[in-house]
Write a protein that binds this ligand. Structure first.
Ligand SMILES: Cc1cc2nc3c(=O)[nH]c(=O)nc-3n(C[C@H](O)[C@H](O)[C@H](O)COP(=O)(O)OP(=O)(O)OC[C@H]3O[C@@H](n4cnc5c(N)ncnc54)[C@H](O)[C@@H]3O)c2cc1C
Length: 401
């Protein structure tokens, strides 16, 4: 076995893309990741390199200038990139979700306007559902859009926007009661707006403020921000898909493919943690032999490798199901849940293998230890995944008595 997490049945094109990305990760990301992360520095050179490789347009159809690749190819690239540095996969992920939502739900004019520039990485996407008072309970959104002639006026506060500062196009979910009478189910009165803005912080467009970066325990380098709308005017032709009331479904569709990608990130971080653990275990000596020769450490390595393999297999299964055109919410939920939990456990084991040195900022595992918890939260917490999985199981295994 050359390495863990092999994927069988890939085409030549997929293999070539992956080998190019892996090479880029080994040469351009891993050597600088920890230094940049400690400085909380945006990895501009890495982003420019990924633009050149065409990664920002991986799944955008060829007619719009992208590579038109599958979700599987995309997820495998994300796995490689997260193996190098999870924050870089975060820079791509929200961009990918917005491009996917445009491709699936946008009007022709919206696709023509944004997708070619998104494929080139010139327009960069962020998506915004969460608010200060809610994350899991999306139906409780209070930000509001009110129609005013050919425009909507948006007011409200959003929270936790990955790429909030660096993006130039934000898909924002708000409540829009227009056309939806009192008493309409909450998820039927939500609309996604495509909000264009300047990159940076402060007032980036009249009525739209990005206050600054949230200071985080890990997942640094990529900016995470709030977004404040105060009388923000958006033309009616920037309602995603042209029709109000469809935002909740559009966002859930985007988050579903996003879940496969969070699973892929978990796989990548876990792989890196395994690589660090297995390497350190063969160098560190205690009681006259390398610690890898103590059975307790070998058992740890065996458990770690098994978890890496299992998470990878579930992630690949979820991506392939979506690519085949089938519903994959069950598989995506399971893959996201398992991969993020296993990632946390594999990282913890690699940390323990490092003994006291794992606590030193000079060792890469220290960074991974602060990054893994984010995967337990983003794109729906473990509890939310289990609610999705449980609901689907009861649909499939309905009691027939
Ligand atoms: C670094 C980072 C980046 C993010 N990026 C984005 C982004 O780009 N765009 C975006 O929109 N959001 C983003 N988020 C927000 C993220 O999606 C939410 O934090 C997440 O959905 C959880 O919501 P919450 O923090 O409000 O927790 P809550 O919903 O308040 O949950 C708190 C706890 O209660 C549990 N819980 C909630 N409801 C239930 C229930 N019904 N049953 C059992 N347990 C329950 C949760 O699992 C959790 O353990 C980001 C968050 C972080 C930390």
């Amino acid at each position: 076995m050359a390495r863990l997490a092999q994927t069988h049945g890939l085409t030549d094109v997929q293999r070539e893309i992956l080998s190019t990305v892996r090479d880029f990760v080994d040469k351009e990301i891993i050597p600088v990741a920890t230094r940049l992360e400690h400085r909380d520095e945006y990895p501009q050179d890495i982003v420019d390199g990924l633009k050149e490789l065409g990664v920002f347009g991986l799944m955008i159809p060829e007619e719009y200038g992208g590579l038109g690749e599958s979700l599987l190819t995309y997820a495998l690239c994300v796995e490689e990139i997260a193996r190098g540095w999870m924050s870089v996969s975060g820079i791509i992920n929200t961009h990918f979700i917005v491009a996917y939502m445009l491709k699936q739900h946008g009007t022709q004019e919206q696709k023509d306007t944004f997708l070619p520039r998104m494929a080139a990485g010139e327009v960069r996407g962020a998506f915004s559902m969460s608010e200060p008072a809610l994350g899991s309970d999306v139906s409780a959104i209070t930000s509001k859009a009110v129609r005013d002639g050919d425009e909507y006026i948006l007011n409200g506060q959003k929270m936790w926007l990955t790429n909030g500062g660096t993006s130039t196009l934000v898909a924002v979910l708000v409540r829009s009661d227009e056309g939806h009478p009192e008493g309409t189910a909450p998820h039927k009165s939500m609309t996604t707006f495509l909000v264009e803005k300047e990159p940076g912080f402060g007032e980036v467009r009249p009525g739209l403020t990005i206050p600054g970066k949230i200071d985080k325990m890990g997942y640094k380098g990529v900016d995470t921000t709030e977004l404040i709308m105060d009388g923000l005017r958006i033309p009616a032709n920037r309602v995603l898909g042209g029709t109000t009331g469809r935002g909740f479904y559009q966002m859930m569709d985007g988050v579903e493919v996003g879940r496969v990608n969070v699973a892929a990130r978990g796989c990548g971080v876990a792989q890196r943690a395994f690589e660090l653990g297995v390497s350190y275990a063969q160098q560190r000596q205690t009681f006259g032999k390398p610690i890898a020769q103590h059975q307790a450490i070998q058992f740890k390595l065996a458990e770690m490798a098994t978890k890496v393999e299992a998470a990878h297999a579930m992630m690949v299964n979820a991506a392939r199901k979506k690519d085949s055109g089938e519903r994959n919410d069950l598989e995506a939920g399971m893959a996201k849940y398992l991969a993020s939990e296993y990632c946390k456990e594999v990282v913890e084991d690699a940390f323990r293998i490092h003994g006291g040195y794992g606590f030193s900022k000079e060792y890469e595992i220290e960074r991974l230890y602060r990054e893994a918890p984010m995967l337990l939260i983003g794109e729906g917490t473990a509890e939310i995944q289990k609610m999705i999985i449980g609901r689907r199981l009861l649909e499939e295994y309905r009691f027939q008595g």
